[in-house]
Ligand binder design. Structure first.
Ligand SMILES: [Zn+2]
Length: 140
């Protein structure tokens, strides 16, 4: 299912770097289970992290698993039946926006990432870009 919906995301960052940038422990706001925490000399974290503008309050660090799952669901043509449809709705409402607004923001974010790529990479991502443009025109 993820194959044709697989999202384009900013490069993930290791937990240690997230902790250094934040200066404190952090729990993923979207799953509330993945965490970055500094204990003695060890970083405990199973996941890498991505800073997302679609996370509306700061800090904007979300675990990589959530970023992929939520963006992939937003990219699904049949959104009503997307695997994480209900989570997308819940997260949007937690962020204080209408689900359609949140979904559009997740798709636009990927369009912006594609537009920021160098030419050859933009051409490679052309089919994804077309797909995202098509989705944007269908969400009201
Ligand atoms: Zn998470």
């Amino acid at each position: 299912m993820y194959d044709d919906c697989f999202p384009l995301l900013p490069k993930p960052v290791a937990a240690e770097e997230v902790h250094q940038r934040l200066g404190h422990d952090w729990v993923c706001p979207w799953c509330e289970s993945e965490r970055v925490s500094f204990r003695e000399t060890e970083y405990f974290a199973a996941s890498d992290w991505i800073e997302l503008p679609t996370r509306l309050s700061k800090p904007q660090w979300v675990c990589e698993g959530c970023a992929i799952e939520i963006y992939a669901s937003c990219n699904t043509e049949d959104f009503e039946n997307a695997m994480d449809h209900d989570r997308v709705i819940d997260i949007a409402l937690d962020e204080g926006v209408e689900p359609a607004v949140f979904r559009r923001a997740c798709i636009r974010h990927q369009v912006d990432l594609i537009d920021a790529q160098p030419g050859p990479e933009q051409r490679r991502l052309g089919p994804l870009r077309q797909r995202l443009d098509r989705l944007l025109s269908t969400i009201d």
